[in-house]
Design a binder for this molecule. Sequence first.
Ligand SMILES: Nc1ncnc2c1ncn2[C@@H]1O[C@H](COP(=O)(O)OP(=O)(O)OP(=O)(O)O)[C@@H](O)[C@H]1O
Ligand SMILES: [Mg+2]
Length: 296
Amino acid sequence: MAGPNNDARAGRNDVETMDLTQVKQPLAIAARPFIEARGVSRAFTVNGKRLVVFDDLSCAVAEGGFLSIIGPSGCGKSTLLKLIAGLDTPTGGEILFRGERILGPADGMIYVFQQYTKSIFPWRTVIQNIEFGLSSHKSLPRARARERCMEYVKLVGLDGYENHYPYQLSGGMQQRVVIARALIREPAVLLMDEPFSAVDALTRALLQELILKIWSSIKVTILFVTHDVEEAVFLSSHIISLTKSPASIDENLDVDLPYPRDPIATRADPRFTVLRQRLFSSIFLREKGIAPEARG
Ligand SMILES: Nc1ncnc2c1ncn2[C@@H]1O[C@H](COP(=O)(O)OP(=O)(O)OP(=O)(O)O)[C@@H](O)[C@H]1O
Ligand SMILES: [Mg+2]
């Protein structure tokens, strides 16, 4: 899992890996995880009935990691992400970011909502949507701001569409706008809740490639919620698989597949198949009520 000793990006084509300051990083991480949930509990009471989503859940995320959270519907994936984002408060335990307890939305963390159609401004063009992210982050002279927005337009492959309005774009393109608007704020952590679930399979594969390209070129830690085991294995350096409520961590593993990942070759790697199979069968069998010890 996102063990504190892991340099999650080891093995990637990254010029920064030659920088000696980067070599020191894992030692710093070992002393203090980047994000840490310690004995976290969250319960809701609805119509007098109490639902314990988690009770005493602990996990850690290394800086620069790509952690996916998977598990059956309703197990608490979004709840966990919202707690980490500081959009919700645990009923017990604590969540730390850079060693500080999270008490509300933390500087440096950006939450990307699943329903991009609700978070994109329909009355603004692509570049104006991205500009909004920049203006809430820093103030730059107009020409420099435009130039910077164009860098992000290009990063997400929307050059040529900068003056289009959202209704003139496909779903996948709109999701790219939302990603660019989040990234221009230079977050240390990007929290994404099923960000690609509303697009078709091919667009999804292209967006997966894009997010890995961005992750490899920008210093950002990604926490990614998905119900799609294959997507989690393809993207992640680490995966946490949650059981049904009250959720506990069923699997907590490193993904032993080299970066950069290729949409075709990586999926053909026998290690990919083994991991996907292991995670899928554990979720599926638990969902059907088959005890883990009976799984063989
Ligand atoms: N604000 C709330 N009030 C009451 N119950 C809630 C609230 N938010 C979440 N829950 C409950 O907590 C449980 C976990 O919900 P959550 O949205 O985290 O699940 P999830 O794993 O993200 O599911 P899905 O895969 O369907 O998105 C569910 O039973 C849900 O009904
Ligand atoms: Mg959810």
